[in-house]
Ligand binder design. Structure first.
Ligand code: 5GP
Ligand code: ZN
Length: 113
């Protein structure tokens, strides 16, 4: 298995896991861009959101709801937070297993760079 995030899901590469269930794993980003920076991945491999199908609607909804749960558990609900998924070259995607970034603990500018 060559995909980095599939290997983290499988436990072959260590990560600071903050949530795990059958569908979603969340772990702290190795190079955090904010005081709280957590990545959420489906346990099933998709290269990016562009590869998801309408039949994956339930899984994608679950993924976002687990972001909501962890943001709440991390104490971010009052101050707010940002949720991002990068798709492809223009967005600067660097790991090709769909992941959602949860960023919090500081102000974020808009639009993003
Ligand atoms: P992307 O640029 O694809 O949207 O985000 C990939 C993210 O994965 C980056 O924020 C990067 O710091 C993080 N990352 C890359 N390799 C590892 C790793 O081995 N472990 C963890 N926990 N995060 C990683
Ligand atoms: Zn993968």
């Amino acid at each position: 298995m060559s995909c980095l995030f599939c290997r983290i899901v499988a436990g072959e590469i260590p990560a600071a896991i903050v949530h795990r269930d059958d569908d979603v794993v969340a772990f702290r980003d190795i190079a955090p861009k904010a005081p709280t920076h957590i990545l959420f991945v489906p346990t099933r491999h998709f290269a990016s959101l562009a590869e998801a199908h309408d039949a994956d609607a339930g899984l994608l909804g679950t993924l976002l709801l687990r972001v909501r749960d962890v943001a709440r558990a991390e104490g971010l609900e009052g101050s707010g937070y940002r949720v991002v998924t990068n798709v492809g070259e223009h967005a600067g995607q660097s790991v090709f297993h769909l992941h959602v970034h949860l960023l919090g603990g500081r102000d974020f500018s808009w639009p993003p760079g």
